[in-house]
Design a protein around this ligand. Structure first.
Ligand SMILES: C[S@@+](CC[C@H](N)C(=O)[O-])C[C@H]1O[C@@H](n2cnc3c(N)ncnc32)[C@H](O)[C@@H]1O
Length: 217
């Protein structure tokens, strides 16, 4: 399947699965890695007057809901983008009263808002990327981050038991349709790309099947 067809197939799957995903809540392990990576990073930024955050592949806004409860949330200006219009509609509906959140339907590959961010994060997005687009994602993130800005990637690891189980589930056709394009990234490879783009490595961590990589510009 060529890159463009694959992209539209993913968008179609996420549009179709929007009612299912809108009821989804993160597991305790997922919450824990989010706290240990993203909330900890936000803690380092909280002395600033304003914190600009970009979430790529924000879905229906689950993680904005968590960030929005922080005691310093008034300082946060959040932009969430996702290339599934239906998921963005769901996010807008959930947070329609919230002035500090902006949800936009856009493909990160083509996104540019002429803003620079203190934090850009990706949660379970790299698993949907075509491997040829990894470089483009890093390049774009480099452009959109402020100096001393942070980038956090949370996903599952390619070389793991979980990944093997998903591979087997797909092979045996035992998984829902929205798994068909899932290929987990290798975190060693992501860290290597980070180095190539001159990001400073901060830390790598793991909670259950989840991994996180924190880097700084
Ligand atoms: C597994 S979902 C995760 C959603 C959200 N991050 C969460 O944890 O609830 C992956 C999301 O990434 C979005 N996505 C994948 N590639 C994208 C791209 N190039 N630009 C914008 N969104 C993208 C998909 O539409 C989907 O909503």
């Amino acid at each position: 399947m060529d890159k463009q067809t694959r992209k539209f197939d993913i968008i179609e799957d996420f549009d179709r699965a929007t009612p299912i995903f809108s009821k989804w809540k993160p597991s305790p392990g997922f919450r824990k890695i989010f706290d240990k990576s993203i909330i900890k990073t936000l803690g380092l930024l909280k002395k600033k007057n304003k914190i600009n955050i970009l979430e790529v592949g924000c879905g229906h806004g689950t993680w904005f809901g968590v960030i929005n409860k922080l005691e310093f949330s008034k300082k946060i200006m959040y932009t969430g983008i996702d290339f599934s219009e239906k998921r963005i509609e769901a996010a807008k509906k959930f947070f329609k009263k919230d002035k500090k959140a902006k949800f936009l339907a856009a493909d990160y590959m083509e996104y540019n808002d002429n803003k620079k961010y203190n934090l850009i994060f990706f949660i379970e997005v790299f698993q949907y990327l075509h491997k040829k687009d990894f470089l483009k994602f890093f390049e774009k993130t480099r452009e959109m981050l402020k100096q001393n800005g942070y980038v956090v990637i949370i996903d599952k690891e390619k070389y793991s038991m979980h990944s093997f189980k998903i591979f087997l589930g797909k092979f045996l056709k035992k998984l829902p349709y929205y798994y068909k394009h899932v290929h987990y990234p290798s975190f060693d490879y992501l860290a290597k790309l980070g180095k190539r783009f001159d990001f400073h490595f901060i830390k790598k961590m793991n909670v259950k099947e989840f991994n996180a990589l924190v880097m700084k510009n």
